[in-house]
Design a protein around this ligand. Structure first.
Ligand SMILES: Nc1ncnc2c1ncn2[C@@H]1O[C@H](COP(=O)(O)OP(=O)(O)OP(=O)(O)O)[C@@H](O)[C@H]1O
Ligand SMILES: [Mg+2]
Length: 364
């Protein structure tokens, strides 16, 4: 999958810019605060309809303007199409080949990408929300049914939490909610379990190689403790919810279900959260992100677009070379303040960014 071109109007610090990309490596270069990360954010937003750094969608619009527009031409093995998103004060509008897409859930997956940003390094140490977000963004792009199960689940969860806050909880309604949550929760868990299984295999290989054979990385999917590889997930969830009914009423919160899932990273059999060094964390996250790309390839037959923000800074030469060797296929965008062009980068295009504009571009 490749983005052939991108036009940005009033998107963050880009007033009006057009880019024609290389099918291979696109190096986005420039000094600090010129718009390198913003360019990756534009691609990520077109792909996942999620922001990276902006808190609200309105923050994507250039200061003092009212509308932003992003347009990209995309090529896949099967078809060529274009995508456009208009952002304004009103709900954003998404178009594929000029046809309005009413539901984001149906749009996601058209333009697939894997993103690495320096903030991802907090994925191991921070709370579980960030790890569930990682799973959600990855699996949503691969399995449209996952995103619809997730959005139904979240809606029902909200209703159930509201119900649990009532002084007198209606048990019949609680049964209805629990049944729905068990059904869609089981779907979510099945997708997450399969995805993590595939991810683990590739991430372990990457990490082993990047640590020169010294470390074994394991990514363990933690879900409800009533679920075993043998039993029926829906039935197990429902049973657990029923057993914890009194506790849920007491705490006025849903205590059971995949909204409490987590991922545990282990390096050489000990918890990375508790014991890993900065360098080990960086290696584990990079291994995981590069593994995510392999999983996409395995499942779809095409590499997703790889967006790497500031990935090489602070990596030693062995790890830098590993990353540069790993990106020997598919379309890649890589930002850097330094001159990145090295013999390890085979072919591509360099974009010099300055003050939210393209200063210069050249092929290498
Ligand atoms: N909505 C907006 N309108 C105008 N400018 C914005 C908007 N949002 C962010 N910016 C500005 O865009 C500039 C470039 O940000 P960006 O994160 O892309 O820089 P960068 O080139 O990646 O820098 P660094 O090398 O420090 O990572 C920042 O100065 C930021 O304040
Ligand atoms: Mg940046």
């Amino acid at each position: 999958m490749k983005i052939k071109s991108l036009s940005l109007k009033n998107f963050k610090n880009y007033k009006d810019s057009e880019f024609i990309f290389s099918d291979r490596i696109n190096v986005i270069s420039g000094e600090n605060a010129q718009g390198k990360t913003n360019l990756l954010e534009a691609i990520f937003y077109l792909s996942c309809v999620k922001t990276i750094h902006a808190k609200k969608e309105k923050d994507l619009i250039l200061f003092d303007e009212t509308d932003a527009s992003l347009f990209a031409e995309v090529e896949t093995a099967e078809r060529n199409f274009n995508v456009k998103i208009d952002v304004s004060g009103a709900p954003r509008r998404i178009f594929v080949n000029g046809v309005r897409q009413e539901k984001v859930t149906e749009y996601i997956g058209n333009l697939q990408c894997v993103l690495f940003i320096p903030d991802d390094l907090s994925m191991i140490k921070e709370g579980p929300f960030i790890r569930r977000r990682f799973l959600n963004i990855a699996i949503s792009q691969l399995k449209p049914k996952y995103l619809s199960a997730l959005s139904i689940y979240n809606k029902v969860l909200e209703q159930k939490n509201k119900l649990l806050k009532n002084e007198k909880v209606d048990d019949i309604l609680l049964d209805v909610y629990n049944e729905k949550l068990a059904k869609h929760g089981a779907e979510i868990i099945r997708y997450r379990r399969d995805f993590v299984h595939e991810l683990q295999v590739e991430a372990e290989k990457n990490h082993y190689e990047m640590s020169s054979g010294r470390e074994k990385l394991q990514i363990v999917y933690k879900t409800d403790r009533y679920i075993t590889p043998e039993n029926d997930i829906e039935e197990a969830l429902l049973r657990h919810m029923n057993e914890r009914r009194a506790a849920e009423k007491e705490s006025e919160m849903s205590l059971i279900g995949p909204h409490r899932d987590d991922l545990v990273f282990m390096i050489n059999s000990v918890s990375a959260k508790d014991f890993a060094s900065q360098g080990q964390i960086r290696t584990a996250i990079l291994s995981t992100k590069l593994a995510e790309r392999e999983v996409f390839y395995k499942l779809t037959g095409e590499y997703p677009i790889l967006l790497l923000d500031d990935v090489l800074s602070e990596l030693d030469t062995t790890r830098q070379n590993f990353v540069l060797n790993k990106i020997d296929c598919g379309q890649v965008f890589i930002t850097s303040c330094e001159n990145l062009i090295s013999p390890n980068l085979e072919c591509g295009k360099l974009f010099e960014i300055s003050k939210g504009g393209l200063k210069e571009s050249r092929e290498f």
